[in-house]
Design a protein around this ligand. Structure first.
Ligand code: HEM
Length: 183
């Protein structure tokens, strides 16, 4: 299964990062080409998520769950893969729903920052995968420089899970409040 996972992961990585490239270009350019490329952003992201879901499922089939979760590196890869897939999927849905407003006024910078976070998490997921195959990249080494040794550190305090949960509930409530106030 490893070979299929490695084959398929190239699709989400390429599709999401192409979407990021178009977002980057559009953030700094109002040219006709940039505006046209902007139209491809949400289809690229959602296609990436589709391929990402297949890659994720194949990843789960490489080793037994008890084996892959027995090392911090394996757990870090799974955690980042989960973030990456959910993050880009939400970005794709929002990108489709608000496609006309993504680059209007200050929203352009929010789009750019959110997409940059997406590019960062997919890069880290990929480099952790590379470390699993025994080919760590400079990104893995750079993470070490900022204090995250991906081979040794996996620590998710329980309060952090509560914080995630609280944040998610808060966002949903804010969404409802926003919808109500618009009538
Ligand atoms: C969006 C999801 C994912 C992405 C983008 C991703 C990306 C990658 C990449 C780039 C590699 C290295 C390929 C290479 O060195 O040529 C890799 C390897 C690996 N990934 Fe993932 N991955 C994802 C999800 C998962 C999941 C959910 C699991 C397991 C639960 C997993 C398990 C593995 C394993 C075990 C390897 C090493 C395979 C080997 O040693 O041959 N991956 N992944």
């Amino acid at each position: 299964m490893a070979v299929y996972h490695i084959l398929v992961v190239h699709f989400p990585v390429a599709l999401w990062l192409t979407a990021y490239l178009f977002i980057f270009f559009r953030t700094f350019s109002n040219s006709e080409l940039a505006v046209r490329l902007q139209k491809a952003v949400w289809p690229l992201i959602l296609l990436g998520s589709l391929a990402g879901a297949v890659a994720y499922a194949l990843g789960l089939m490489i080793y037994p769950w008890s084996a892959i979760t027995s090392s911090p590196l394996g757990r870090n890869h799974i955690m980042l893969a989960t973030w990456t897939l959910s993050y880009w999927t939400v970005m794709g849905v929002l990108g489709y729903r608000y496609r006309r407003f993504l680059f209007v006024g200050a929203q352009r910078w929010i789009t750019f920052i959110l997409a940059s976070i997406g590019a960062l998490v997919v890069t880290i997921t990929g480099t952790l995968g590379g470390s699993l195959t025994g080919t760590p990249s400079l990104v893995t080494k750079s993470l070490d420089l900022i204090g995250w040794n991906v081979y040794m550190t996996f620590y998710l305090p329980t309060w952090m899970i509560w914080l995630y949960f609280g944040g998610a509930v808060l966002l949903v409530l804010l969404g409802y409040a926003g919808r109500k106030s618009r009538g």
